[in-house]
Design a protein. Structure first.
Length: 297
């Protein structure tokens, strides 16, 4: 009997190596039927998610993660929209097929986008970006189809945005009489629409505006850990319960789709949120740690 058991364990381990599993986030799971498959396939899900037809059920699973922590992070980002979401394991091969198809499609799209974004132009001026070069450029006059632009650590003046190299070459022959260092270059189309600042003061002001915009976007997408002590459907009865009960000052009422939720604190450190959780779990039995957006606080 011992020999048979050892043999079975070896077989199972070999099979496990062939069909390696990973952690994934399951959004929903229903009975395996044509009707359910039709209704689920009509709905839209995140790009990392896939509809899987299993033996006795149809499931929607998102991502294939090696570590459970990565799966937890994905769960936190999806649980606001999908209340029944949970972490489970699945075979990697179920995600591999679609990934290969998507990669080939993405490569084709990127090639097309590159050809659409760039054009052939004629460069007539290029020097290192300094105060002197900016002063020189401000005093110089160029044809109407020319644009001042920053390229890396240098300043350049490029003329025309043509589809073919032949058209750009014809333009270069015209400009060679007035400008010495004329050369053909490939330029992104958006460079001809960008505003050029002659002075460094204008550049600094523009950088400040860009930084402020970046901080606003990061705050809107940034997440933190909080302790959820209440979560029920958004009804008048549950709203009455919320109004009757008293909660700590650090807690706020959050409406997530058709759910009412009370979350306490917004922590970046896991140890701090754990300490807060242990303080609240005795008073609130349904307390749990969850991720939420910083903007809600």
């Amino acid at each position: 009997m011992k020999i048979i058991l050892i043999f079975l364990l070896l077989v199972i381990s070999l099979l496990a190596k062939d069909d390696k599993s990973c952690y994934t986030v399951q959004l929903l799971s229903v009975k395996n039927s044509n009707k359910n498959m039709h209704t689920i396939s009509k709905k839209r899900y995140p790009s990392s998610c896939k509809v899987m037809r299993l033996k006795s059920s149809i499931a929607v699973r998102c991502g294939c993660f090696e570590k459970i922590e990565d799966a937890e992070d994905r769960l936190y980002s999806l649980e606001d929209d999908y209340t029944d979401a949970s972490i489970t394991t699945t075979y990697k091969r179920r995600f591999k097929k679609n990934k290969r198809i998507n990669k080939s499609k993405k490569r084709k799209k990127t090639k097309k986008n590159k050809t659409q974004e760039s054009c052939h132009s004629v460069e007539i001026f290029k020097k290192r970006d300094t105060k002197k070069t900016r002063e020189i450029l401000s005093q110089m006059n160029f044809p109407n189809n020319c644009q001042k632009m920053t390229i890396g650590k240098s300043l350049a003046v490029r003329c025309g945005c043509y589809k073919t190299k032949k058209e750009a070459r014809v333009e270069s022959y015209i400009l060679e009489d007035d400008y010495k260092n004329v050369s053909l270059k490939i330029t992104y189309k958006y460079k001809f629409k960008e505003k050029f600042h002659n002075s460094y003061k204008q550049i600094k002001e523009q950088r400040k505006i860009n930084k402020n915009n970046q901080t606003k976007t990061t705050l809107s997408n940034k997440t933190c850990y909080s302790v959820e002590i209440f979560r029920e459907k958004n009804t008048q009865e549950n709203m009455g319960k919320l109004l009757m009960q008293e909660y700590p000052d650090s807690c706020i009422n959050v409406e997530i789709q058709n759910m009412l939720s009370i979350r306490c604190g917004c922590y970046q450190n896991k140890n701090k949120v754990l300490a807060r959780y242990y303080q609240l779990k005795d008073k609130f039995k349904d307390a749990r740690i969850s991720k939420t957006y910083v903007r809600r606080f």
